[in-house]
Design a protein around this ligand. Structure first.
Ligand SMILES: [Fe+2]
Ligand SMILES: [Fe+2]
Length: 270
């Protein structure tokens, strides 16, 4: 029997080893797109994703308050920064497959699944790029502790597709657009060409993920005859804990289809 897309997603979510999770994720994406190109869309089906995705024993997951602070000016600080990025990318692999698996029952155009499968594929590549950088420095993913709280957005929006889109791509991934240029600057200054190249690939492709979020958020608002801006504000206030942090990357946010009146009213200190 053909595996459905949601079953493929659950297989990724229940794979613990980080490299193996990413390898499988890329293979599933290749299967989905090979079928699409052959003119046959694989069935989406429905499946039960785990409450929390399987993860390796290392890194140790700590409350964000207990993760040691790092100075980006030092080699240790830069290694910690790359480690944190690897953790974010691995979490993003699971977030996109979880979205596919958890909301398989919501009828959506095939392009919706194309977008999130592509995003998951790109996150898997991003994890590999950053894990390679860590290994080139004699470290590895799992060598340092990482934030425990990253799955909270998925748990909070487990029953709400439009809420998931508002919080994950349109808030969390959009935040990545705000902070990545400065991070690239840190590695450029230290002469780490490998990290610069990895982060530049991530930066370029993350714009697409945020754009997928705003595209399908607006689609669902339109389907429900809802006004997108107040809906976005309500959902972010309900599911996102805290204010959005300026400065915002207004240029890349605009490129991803998020106008300033979506995020400025949610910003702290204004
Ligand atoms: Fe990414
Ligand atoms: Fe992403």
């Amino acid at each position: 029997m053909t595996q459905t897309l949601t079953e493929m997603a659950v297989e990724v979510l229940t794979t613990a080893d980080a490299r193996e999770k990413c390898r499988l994720s890329r293979a599933q994406a290749a299967r989905w797109f090979a079928a699409r190109e052959a003119g046959e869309t694989l069935p989406v089906g429905t499946a039960s994703p785990p409450d929390r995705p399987a993860r390796p024993d290392r890194p140790e997951l700590l409350d964000p308050r207990d993760v040691p602070k790092r100075k980006p000016g030092s080699p240790e600080g830069r290694a910690a920064l790359l480690h944190a990025v690897a953790h974010i990318e691995l979490n993003a692999v699971d977030l996109h497959w979880d979205l596919v698996a958890r909301f398989g029952h919501v009828p959506m155009p095939a392009g919706f699944h194309d977008d999130w499968v592509r995003a998951a594929d790109e996150e898997s590549k991003h994890f590999g790029l950053v894990a390679d950088c860590l290994e080139a420095q004699g470290s590895h993913y799992g060598a340092l502790p990482a934030h425990a709280g990253m799955w909270r957005a998925a748990e909070d929006t487990a029953d709400d597709l439009i809420g998931r889109l508002a919080v994950v791509p349109m808030v969390l991934e959009a935040r990545g657009l705000d902070v990545t240029p400065q991070m690239i600057g840190i590695f450029r200054k230290s002469g780490d060409a490998g990290a610069v190249a990895a982060l530049e690939t991530i930066y370029a492709e993350e714009v697409g993920h945020v754009a997928y979020g705003s595209k399908w958020f607006n689609f669902l608002c339109g389907r429900g005859d809802l006004d997108p801006k107040p809906v976005f504000h309500d959902l972010v206030r309900r599911y996102f804990h805290g204010a959005l942090k300026p400065p915002f990357n207004e240029e890349k946010r605009a490129e991803a289809g998020i106008p300033p009146d979506f995020y400025w009213p949610l910003a702290g200190n204004n």
